[in-house]
Design a protein around this ligand. Structure first.
Ligand code: NAD
Length: 435
């Protein structure tokens, strides 16, 4: 695996002693939390709204235009365009950090924050690479900080009801799960010259290489000014549809079946959309998981660019994207907000079990309250979410390696040097992660 981490300490990190026992928030549980938010428009705006009931003391966005609304809403919050400066100059003013930047810019601010003992809420898929996800999970445990990944569907009621059904054994033994997503990417094209931008592209680029400067996106129905939002479909900054949506959808079988780490993954796919993009719009990844209940392994198939399992050969009305649990007694199809048991003969006598999983107080609130010492760890803490994100991203590793990969979770290797290359990325000098 390529080296990921540097011994270079960021100014703030060295000033506040990296590795010191974390949790600065030994404060009155009724007091408000002091929060810094990095990336404040698009998903960042939703996350800002999620923590707006606390003290938002610092805002950071690389594009000042994107930050206008947030700055109007929180005029007293100090504003930065470079999160490294935010940590260096203002770290003492906040206890917790929300990271809503593009995937390639999750790991560094999240790791600086955790090194300083700050609690972290970070968007899915936690980070861009498997190596980064593993480092973040380990750092969170070491620093004993409160963490939550931005898989907010986990806090809604539908997933709770499905988990209760599966865990009560009402579908019988479940050894096969299909997950599919019908969303399609927006094509982009490479340019031979560095495109003009109204903000500091170098900061946006962060750890990534100069390849960035050769990419611009075609006009599309997604009205985000380039490069915002459109980075998803290039390996240099995102992980395509699997990385974009896998953590939301695969979260459900992960929770319901108590999945941990896959032992194997294989993936195929193709780029059929117009553009120079690098991630496939059509993809299938087959994962093999040990069954925590014992017996035969569980097979989980992810497909994107299709409206149903088996390349869209099977569809379920109203479930353009979804999750299908195949049990020995019955089947269940679900999406974020609803589920249906199948087939009709099984459904007619089906009775949902009693509700045993208590409602969430809200995905962001789980985190903010836990930061203040109220309640237990948020459900999508980095221990749980790190396992999930690692598995999701391994599908892309298998796709890029072009072969079946084995996975040794304890050692963090596929055992194959050519495949291990895709577990991590190259870092531009000065943008490596702190140890
Ligand atoms: N939980 C969800 O349902 C959900 C939905 C959409 C996106 N996401 C995730 O949220 C993250 C952001 O996605 P998006 O589509 O909002 O991206 P985006 O490109 O719109 O970026 C979000 C904000 O971050 C800012 N930003 C970019 N680089 C930055 C940097 N280096 N420092 C500070 N600010 C920076 C942008 O200017 C923008 O305001 C991604 O990880 C994505 O996977 C989650």
């Amino acid at each position: 695996m390529r080296p990921v981490f540097t011994r270079r300490k960021f100014l703030a990190a060295s000033a506040l002693a990296v590795g010191a026992p974390a949790v600065l928030t030994a404060r009155n549980a009724n007091e408000k939390l002091n929060v810094a938010v990095i990336g404040v428009s698009n998903r960042g705006a939703a996350n800002l709204a999620g923590v707006a009931h606390e003290n938002v003391v610092a805002l950071c966005d690389v594009d000042p235009d994107n930050a206008k609304k947030a700055r109007e809403q929180f005029p007293k919050a100090e504003f930065f365009t470079d999160y490294r400066q935010m940590f260096d100059k203002a770290a003492k003013t906040f206890d917790a950090v929300v990271v809503s930047t593009p995937d390639h810019t999750h790991a560094l601010p999240a790791c600086i924050a955790m090194s300083l003992g700050k609690h972290v809420y970070c968007e899915k898929p936690m980070a861009e690479t498997v190596a980064e996800v593993r480092h973040m999970r380990a750092l969170a445990a070491k620093q004993k900080v409160v963490t939550q990944m931005g898989t907010q569907i986990h806090a809604e009621n539908n997933y709770r009801r499905v988990v209760e059904i599966v865990q009560a054994g009402l579908l019988g033994e479940v050894k096969k799960v299909h997950v599919w997503n019908s969303s399609r990417p927006v094509g982009g094209k490479k340019l031979s010259t560095k495109p003009a931008a109204k903000f500091d592209l170098d900061l946006w680029m962060g750890p990534t290489t100069g390849e960035f400067f050769e990419v611009a996106v075609n006009p599309s129905s997604w009205k985000f000014a380039w490069p915002h939002f459109h980075w998803r479909w290039w390996w240099n900054w995102g992980g395509g549809t699997l990385a974009d949506l896998g953590c939301h959808y695969i979260d459900l079988p992960y929770w319901a079946l108590g999945l941990t780490s896959p032992t194997k993954a294989v993936a195929t796919g193709q780029v059929t959309y117009t553009g120079d993009n690098t991630t496939p719009d059509m993809m299938r990844a087959d994962y093999t998981f040990p069954d925590p209940k014992g017996g035969a392994e569980i097979a989980l198939t992810w497909e994107h660019g299709v409206s149903g399992p088996d390349g869209g050969k099977r569809t379920f009305k109203g479930f353009g994207s979804g999750i299908l649990f195949v049990g020995t007694k019955g089947q269940l199809v679900s999406d974020y907000g609803k589920y249906l048991v199948l087939p009709e003969a099984f459904a007619k006598d089906f009775k949902a079990p009693e509700k045993t999983i208590k409602p969430s107080i809200g995905h962001h609130k789980e985190w903010t309250e836990a930061c203040k010492g109220n309640g237990g760890a948020p459900l999508c803490n980095f221990e749980y979410a790190g396992r999930l994100a690692e598995a999701v991203l391994l599908g892309n590793v298998a796709y890029r390696a072009g072969k079946t990969i084995a996975w040794d979770h304890a050692k963090g290797t596929t055992g194959d040097k050519a495949a291990d290359v895709f577990l991590s990325r190259e870092y531009r000098k000065g943008w490596e992660l702190p140890k």
